[in-house]
Design a protein around this ligand. Structure first.
Ligand SMILES: [Zn+2]
Length: 79
């Protein structure tokens, strides 16, 4: 039997982004005030085109949602 070669790995993978970027969404009336604060910082970063800070805010918001609201799978919205 001839040796088999593994199938080549794909060079790119299409992820189901549904045509837009998905971001976590804060809890309305967050009792800690963090959801609103983080979303405000994200809006300010986006307004000046600081995509790195927008991404940082998304990570911080996801951590906050998980730690403070016990939301393991974040609710998201599309841009
Ligand atoms: Zn919150």
């Amino acid at each position: 039997m001839a040796p088999t070669t593994p199938a080549p790995l794909p060079l790119a993978v299409d992820l189901p982004l549904r045509g837009g970027v998905v971001e976590p969404m804060g809890v309305p009336d967050c009792e800690f005030g963090d959801c609103e604060r983080i979303e405000r910082a994200r809006r300010a970063a986006r307004a000046v085109g600081d995509k790195s800070k927008v991404s940082d805010c998304n990570v911080v918001l996801q951590i906050h949602l998980s730690a403070s609201h016990a939301i393991g799978v974040v609710r998201c919205f599309e841009l």
